[in-house]
Design a protein around this ligand. Structure first.
Ligand SMILES: [Zn+2]
Length: 232
């Protein structure tokens, strides 16, 4: 293992970690982290990679605190007991890297309070509404999610879907859910002529934009489709 640490430190994580080797592995990973952090020719990106890939059971508080100073986003790759609320609060305030994904799903449940959830929704992505605990989610968070990203609609529970949201979703949703699904998720009392007109227009637009030729679903209840039925 010493040979690996000296000659090709980035390969350290390719070594099998058996129980006997745990303390050796811990020393080795720490030494590698020091090397990539301090030696010329190694980038911080490599430090991040090694920290991320390192098995969680080797990450103690010393290693985690060092990592947090170097890159606060590494908190996402720490064992839960090493993550503090303050770390999560900082993360929630910044649009973070691609590692973060939508973000909230990587945050321990015990820290997903109103402030953290609202920050993740408004500052990172409305899609995070999907990961808000049931007892925290309310109408305001759902509205904020829709304002941030129309594609959040699919993750908003039926009891929080307003008519405006349904219309907005039909007018703006692109990829997350299909048109049919979208209509099915819309409560029947909201399926007005206005709703179906927007549905029809969006469907045509989608076809044109993607050079596709999907038929307008027969259940479309817009003015145009209804009239066709009557004139046949
Ligand atoms: Zn129609």
């Amino acid at each position: 293992m010493d040979f690996v640490v000296e000659k090709c430190p980035l390969d350290i994580l390719k070594l099998p970690l058996v129980d006997m080797d745990r303390s050796l592995a811990y020393d080795a990973v720490n030494r590698v982290l020091v090397i990539v952090r301090t030696e010329k020719g190694y980038s911080r990106q490599w430090y991040d990679d090694i920290f991320r890939e390192c098995p969680n059971e080797l990450k103690d508080s010393k290693m985690c605190q060092e990592a947090y100073v170097i890159n606060p986003e590494l908190a996402l790759f720490m064992p839960e007991e090493q993550i503090s609320y303050e770390m999560v609060l900082e993360l929630s305030k910044n649009r973070t890297s691609f590692w973060n994904g939508f973000g909230l799903e990587r945050i321990p449940m015990k820290y997903r309070d109103y402030t953290i959830c609202q920050n993740y929704i408004t500052r990172i992505s409305g899609i995070n509404v999907k990961y808000v605990p049931d007892d925290v989610l309310d109408q305001n968070l759902c509205n904020l999610a829709m304002n941030q990203n129309g594609n959040s609609f699919g993750y908003i529970p039926a009891r929080f879907r307003t008519y405006e949201m349904c219309l907005q979703a039909i007018q703006t949703t692109s990829v997350t859910i299909s048109w049919i699904e979208l209509a099915e998720r819309t409560p029947i009392q909201y399926q007005t002529e206005e709703f179906w007109d927007a549905y029809h227009i969006r469907h045509q637009y989608f076809n044109r934009y993607n050079e596709l030729d999907y038929n307008i679903p027969s259940r479309c209840q817009c003015k145009q489709c209804k009239n066709k039925i009557y004139t046949k």
